[in-house]
Design a protein around this ligand. Structure first.
Ligand code: CLF
Ligand code: SF4
Length: 301
């Protein structure tokens, strides 16, 4: 194992090389030794994924669940407590319950955290609709790693996965709306990369819809500047509850399509929106957030 990972040396914010070496969702070695926490601060979303169900419940172990929503001015206190519970903490991220950029909550919270804890990597996971037009705020908040969920780069394919897209003052459906989302995602990836932010793309793999499309997705996002790729098997829910989840063979086939175009991350555990701990290890979220009422939630990692 790389000795630099076991020493848990501080990470200076926004050094792409250091972030890639120390981020548990970007590096298979760091995955074993460094922890991440999610602040469930994003209350709303601006697109309608057909598989998304923001349901009640603290018990489910899947994206889409958190114990409670946290307010931006509570974020620093939660991170301080998380560092006590989990000294391996290296990354503080927002991955839900809604979209991190649909409201101001996530960037407000992360901005406070990056100023209070400059050695922690700041991570943001989003559907990508607002990355390009909020890039200055993202930069100012100290975001070092960004995940954009790109489920298709073809509007026809995407319209089977996403029902609607809302831009300020306008909510649209159909392929034209999907084109708006894809265009925003690709511009966002390009602009974030230009700011030195490390970019991972997630795809929710929907059998029979985008499982033959992964090569095209990864070719496209890699050309825009993404450096990591993660296949997230569909958890059948909502309008796509009737679609069976992909099996291991289908997930591996998707990863194989991606492999020639981008580095593939293989250790994702489809975290909750309030996860805390080493990925795959003990989840400490109940110790951190366990005092609140349940609310409708979702996340996309
Ligand atoms: Fe969280 Fe996502 Fe940042 Fe990681 S999770 S916002 S990039 S710090 Fe990681 Fe969890 Fe998989 Fe996400 S294992 S769901 S890939
Ligand atoms: Fe929004 Fe994420 Fe749910 Fe899609 S999965 S509707 S982006 S919260």
């Amino acid at each position: 194992m790389d000795a630099t990972l076991t020493r848990l040396t501080p990470i200076s914010a926004r050094s792409a090389e250091k972030i890639e070496a120390c981020h548990p969702c970007l590096n298979a070695q760091a995955h074993k030794t460094r922890a991440r926490m999610h602040l469930p601060v994003a209350p709303a979303c601006n697109i309608g994924c057909r598989f998304c169900t923001r349901t009640l419940g603290a018990a489910d172990q899947r994206p889409g669940v958190a114990e409670k929503l946290v307010k931006p001015d509570e974020a620093v206190g939660y991170v301080a407590r998380a560092l006590e519970l989990c000294p391996e903490l290296a990354v503080v991220g927002v991955a839900g319950p809604g979209d991190a950029l649909a409201t101001s909550h996530a960037l407000d919270a992360l901005s406070r955290v990056s100023r209070a804890f400059p050695d922690l990597v700041i991570c943001l996971s989003t559907n990508g609709l607002r990355v390009a037009d909020r890039i200055d705020e993202i930069d100012d908040a100290g975001v070092g790693s960004l995940t954009v969920t790109v489920n298709a780069v073809d509007p026809t394919v995407l319209s089977e996965i996403v029902g609607w897209v809302a831009t300020p003052g306008h909510k649209a459906e159909g392929e034209e709306a999907m084109h708006v989302l894809i265009d925003a995602q690709l511009r966002g990836i390009r602009e974030a990369r230009a700011r030195g932010i490390v970019i991972k793309v997630n795809t929710v793999l929907v059998p029979g819809v985008n499982d033959q499309h992964v090569g095209q997705i990864t070719r496209t996002v890699s050309a825009m500047g993404a450096s990591r790729y993660n296949v997230m098997p569909l958890i059948p829910n909502g309008e796509l509850a009737h679609v069976p989840a992909p099996d291991c063979r289908q997930v591996e086939a998707a990863r194989a399509q991606a492999a020639g175009h981008i580095e593939v991350f293989r250790h994702c555990r489809q975290c909750r929106a309030d996860a805390l701990g080493i990925v795959g290890g003990e989840d400490l979220s109940r110790e951190l957030y366990g005092d609140g009422a349940n609310v409708a939630t979702f996340s996309h990692g």
